[in-house]
Design a protein around this ligand. Structure first.
Ligand SMILES: C[S@@+](CC[C@H](N)C(=O)[O-])C[C@H]1O[C@@H](n2cnc3c(N)ncnc32)[C@H](O)[C@@H]1O
Length: 266
């Protein structure tokens, strides 16, 4: 008899594990998420910001450039090493540590951010509790998570099923709506809404980008003049903001429950 094993910690993520799209639908999306995270992280001028599972620390370094005290926490020594090699002069501090047990004292950060990483964690709820613990009373936790129930994923699955019915063989690679092997959870809107548990209260939530990776959408954007491509992408992004259930990425902002209670009673 085999028993299900709890997910293990991934301490050896490699730069090659990160497969980045090169078409405009990917490039605009990456840029929009990064800008959103950096803007939200630096809302308190000179504040203390922690980027959890920061990878190479790209965002942590941009945050440091804006005058914040910026720390990146990351499990993989390789990712930290690549980041330091690319930007040795950055003032961002990179700390090898795991999201589920962060080596920082209580109430020490204005912002805790986590971009595209929570679905890799062995225990995302343990991370959320840790984020709440190290957050200042008035601080915010910001999570960006891929939505595997986006309109693009749902439509992709439908088209794929139709192709199979027509006898077309399944490609040997992972299809974009399938959960990657190195993910321990599958992000979608109900999952994101459940993340706070008893530790954090939801402040606001919205979507970014729509139709990412769908069929020929990326190719079509690449064929358009830059301005027209941006207009199409921007129009879909505005819809995604109001319809996070259909968006490619979901941004959620969290605060301490006591801060929420103060807001409603104070
Ligand atoms: C897809 S990458 C995202 C990196 C970065 N946030 C970005 O947006 O470029 C996921 C990262 O999560 C890190 N990671 C996975 N599990 C972790 C854990 N339990 N604690 C800390 N980092 C973890 C991996 O090492 C990897 O660098």
């Amino acid at each position: 008899m085999t028993t299900a094993q709890p997910p293990g910690l991934d301490l050896s993520y490699k730069i090659d594990d990160f497969i980045a799209g090169t078409r405009r639908d990917s490039l605009y999306l990456y840029r929009a998420i990064e800008d959103t995270m950096v803007d939200l992280a630096t809302a308190t001028p000179g504040g203390r910001v922690l980027d959890v599972a920061c990878g190479t620390g790209k965002q942590a370094m941009r945050i440091a450039e804006r005058g914040c005290y910026s720390v990146g926490a990351e499990a993989s020594a390789e990712m930290i090493g690549v980041g330091r090699w690319i930007q040795p002069e950055s003032r961002a501090l990179m700390v090898r540590s795991i999201a589920e047990s962060l080596p920082f004292v209580d109430g020490s950060f204005d912002r805790v951010i986590c971009q595209g990483s929570l679905d890799h964690f062995a225990d995302p709820m343990a991370f959320m509790r840790e984020a709440a613990r190290i957050l200042k009373p008035d601080g915010r936790v910001v999570i960006a998570l891929a939505n595997f129930e986006s309109v693009s994923c749902r439509a992709g699955r439908l088209v794929d099923r139709a192709k199979r019915r027509l006898g077309r063989p399944r490609p040997p690679w992972r299809l974009y709506w399938e959960t990657p092997e190195d993910h321990n959870v599958r992000g979608d809107l109900p999952y994101v809404r459940s993340l706070g548990g008893d530790a954090l209260a939801l402040d606001r939530l919205w979507g970014i980008s729509m139709l990412w990776l769908f069929s020929r959408y990326g190719q079509a954007l690449d064929l358009l003049p830059e301005r027209a491509a941006r207009t199409v992408w921007g129009g879909l992004d505005r819809i995604a903001r109001r319809r996070p259930q259909d968006a490619d990425m979901i941004i959620s902002v969290w605060r301490k429950p006591e801060a929420a209670a103060w807001r409603t009673t104070g």
